[in-house]
Write a protein that binds this ligand. Structure first.
Ligand code: ATP
Ligand code: MG
Length: 394
């Protein structure tokens, strides 16, 4: 138990420090009890119908593949039902791909000559669902056999914690900062960590990353302008992944702009409220201005896709639907067709630092779970189609 003593201090600086220390301790204790004993997250097992669905095959096909010995039995069989780890699923993909007549059916990632897909989610409006969307896309793609790298460009480290690394606990780890700093940067591969989620790696963040903002403001070496730093880091590991997803901080600073210079597609998540839509006009004005500045300084920007994604969509809320229609009328297919529904299934999952893909269906109200998952699947699928199109397939 944490002793609850009144918090007061003579000076505001001490008060802030006290609040920070008290929170840090409390959060650490909370996390230790939530993720005890080794303080690591693990991923649930997937049922046979879920696995069949993810593989795009029938339950019968799956049973037959086990009976014929094409696929090894999973270790976890309860009451005659098979449960698969995400690693079992990935292994099944690899096996089935070798026997499949259609190339890429089970392993749909890059082929020779396909360009690495670098997608950045950005909006300077806080709470527009950037991190939530990023983790859902990361899990969506990892479960479908893509090699995914998630990059946390936000010093708040929300994406990092959702990937099972707690910036509140692990103060020592390397972060993106170490790979993009100006002074003696480290190889990007040393910063990237595997996560508990097979197929998903993470370039983590914590408060230290904000040093990049400070250093970039005073840094003026013409041979390594700030906007080349993330691109240069990505070039080192370019062959190791199919898809890179970058979460951005809620500001248009050096980190976000350096991400923009490395991205091949941009997604602007947008909540359909009047305040958010209005601030998007200013956001886009600034984005345009900064893009111009870095292009003049030698950056080449090219995006396969530059789209808005409506997040926390509420189909029964008339004003928000009107705003969504307004955005669609103005920007047509620049607004993605799929939307991320506002759902207690998503907010409850994120409270536990989980995506909807990590939640067990029977632990939630089924209809709520199904609606949320369908909506996230639709967002993932639409982006997957854009990615396949960028690779010349559809
Ligand atoms: N589809 C959704 N349904 C319900 N709640 C959601 C949904 N998407 C996001 N949220 C909630 O909204 C809040 C903000 O989401 P999130 O952290 O993803 O936004 P963000 O844009 O990354 O914020 P920041 O600008 O601070 O980085 C979170 O508490 C999250 O649980
Ligand atoms: Mg965020």
């Amino acid at each position: 138990m944490i002793p609850v003593t009144p918090i007061s201090a003579d000076r505001p600086s001490e008060l802030a420090q006290d609040i920070s220390e008290r929170l840090t301790t409390a959060i650490r204790e909370h996390l230790l009890s939530a993720f005890a004993p080794d303080n690591t997250k693990s991923l649930r097992a997937f049922s046979a119908p879920e696995v069949a669905d993810l593989l795009g095959v029938s339950g019968q096909f799956l049973r037959k593949a086990h009976a014929e010995g094409t696929l090894p039995e999973p270790a976890d069989i309860r009451a005659g039902r098979r449960y698969y780890t995400a690693q079992d699923l990935l292994n099944a993909r690899r096996v089935l791909e070798t026997t499949s007549r259609k190339k890429g059916r089970y392993m749909p990632g890059r082929r020779d000559g396909d360009r690495l897909q670098v997608w950045q989610l950005m909006n300077f409006k806080g709470g527009s669902s950037k991190s939530t969307t990023t983790i859902h896309l990361a899990h969506y793609f990892a479960l479908r056999g893509y090699r995914v790298l998630a990059i946390d460009l936000d010093p708040q480290g929300s994406l990092t914690s959702m990937c099972g690394i707690s910036p509140e606990i692990e103060f020592e780890g390397l972060t993106v900062y170490d790979a993009i700093r100006y002074d003696d940067p480290m190889p990007f591969s040393e910063v990237i960590k595997d996560t508990y989620f097979p197929g998903l790696s993470l370039a983590p963040s914590r408060l230290m990353l904000s040093e990049f903002e400070t250093e970039s403001a005073v840094h003026s070496a013409p041979d390594q302008p700030f906007f080349t730093r993330i691109r240069a880091a990505l070039e080192q590991i370019e062959g190791d992944y199919d898809i890179v997803l970058m979460d951005s901080p809620p500001q248009l600073g050096f980190l976000t702009i350096s991400g923009m210079a490395a991205a091949t597609s941009l997604i602007v998540p947008l909540t359909p409220s009047m305040l958010d839509v209005s601030s998007t006009a200013q956001f886009m004005e600034l984005v345009g201005a900064y893009m111009g500045v870095i292009e003049d300084a030698g950056a080449t920007l090219h995006y396969d896709n530059f789209r808005f994604l409506i997040t926390r969509d509420e189909p029964t809320d008339v004003p928000s639907q009107q705003l969504t229609s307004f955005m669609r009328a103005l920007f047509q297919d620049r607004v993605m067709s799929a939307t991320a529904l506002k759902s207690t299934a998503i907010s409850d999952a994120t409270m536990l630092k989980q995506s909807i893909y990590e939640v067990v269906r029977s632990d939630m109200t089924r209809a709520t779970y199904d609606r949320a998952k369908q909506s996230m699947d639709a967002v993932g699928h639409e982006i997957e189609t854009m990615i396949q199109r960028a690779w010349g397939r559809s």
